[in-house]
Design a binder for this molecule. Structure first.
Ligand SMILES: [Zn+2]
Length: 277
């Protein structure tokens, strides 16, 4: 009896020790697991928000609508973590970007949340037959005016003017990769090389006209001029490429005045021999 009584006491002592050690460990472990679950859900929700926002931005070009979609995909206010969502539609590079940033509260720490940020991007989708913004490309029958045509055959995929809620500061001219690209007028090359968004950018200064012409999206290997070169009207300077944030081979061409970067203007009158002289 004594022995078994002693044994029972010993057991009771052991289970108390186990209880004291294991219970807090168990609670701590539960909290860690719960924190991981919250963080995991927040990450998944943020990724869904970005994915859906980019999809809407890519289809509609509308930043507001895209942001609304992202926030609604993220879900309601009951969540412990808060969302900051940004959507940007860039008409120049024809890309849509979305960023979701969330702050995830750390259990027992009010002031120091985790932050998690996720980003997504997608090209703005073309609608219609190869035209950005709908409709068939416009064929421009021109031999040039003040400026010569930068491509031999001129199809305007996307006109100068408002587009995607922003402003398209030039023309997108249709052309297969490798199609020769010509200087629109004699002048001096003031830029020829890599440029964000444009892929590559060639700028020619036509001093007598106080104009600049910009040529974007060439492949570096196709560029035939360098800064400082004097070029003639109609001289080949490069070829059509698909470099930079471009959704297909084309020449993004701008006419600007008033210095670099200058103010872009509608290229149309400059190519019309009847209008401008
Ligand atoms: Zn363009």
């Amino acid at each position: 009896m004594k022995e078994s009584c002693g044994e029972r006491t010993y057991r009771r002592g052991a289970s108390t020790v186990e209880f004291i050690v294991i219970l807090p460990l168990f609670i701590l472990l539960s909290l860690v697991v719960w924190q991981l679950i919250i963080t995991g859900m927040a990450v998944v929700d943020a990724q869904a928000a970005v994915r859906d926002a980019v999809k809407v931005a890519s289809l509609t070009g509308n930043e507001e609508k895209a942001k609304e979609q992202g926030e609604s995909s993220f879900g309601g206010d009951y969540k412990d973590y808060k969302l900051k969502m940004k959507v940007k539609v860039e008409s120049l590079s024809e890309m849509a970007y979305a960023t979701a940033k969330i702050e995830i509260p750390v259990i027992f720490m009010d002031s120091v949340p985790f932050t998690y940020e996720t980003k997504g991007e997608a090209p703005l989708l073309r609608t219609g037959t190869g035209s950005i913004g709908g409709g068939a490309p416009e064929f421009l029958d021109t031999e040039g005016g003040v400026l010569g045509p930068p491509l031999k055959v001129m199809y305007i995929n996307s006109d100068y003017g408002p587009r995607w809620g922003a402003f398209h500061g030039g023309w997108d001219l249709k052309g297969a990769e490798g199609t020769p690209m010509f200087a629109a007028e004699g002048g001096k090359v003031i830029r020829a090389g890599a440029s964000n968004g444009y892929g590559t950018l060639i700028i020619i200064h036509h001093e007598e006209l106080n104009l600049y012409t910009w040529y974007a999206h060439s492949w570096q290997r196709d560029i035939l001029v360098k800064v400082g070169d004097k070029v003639e009207r109609g001289e080949q300077i490069s070829s059509v490429g698909n470099n930079g944030k471009s959704t297909g081979p084309h020449l993004h061409w701008e006419v600007r005045y008033g210095g670099v970067p200058g103010t872009h203007t509608n290229p149309r009158p400059y190519l019309d021999s009847d209008v401008v002289n």
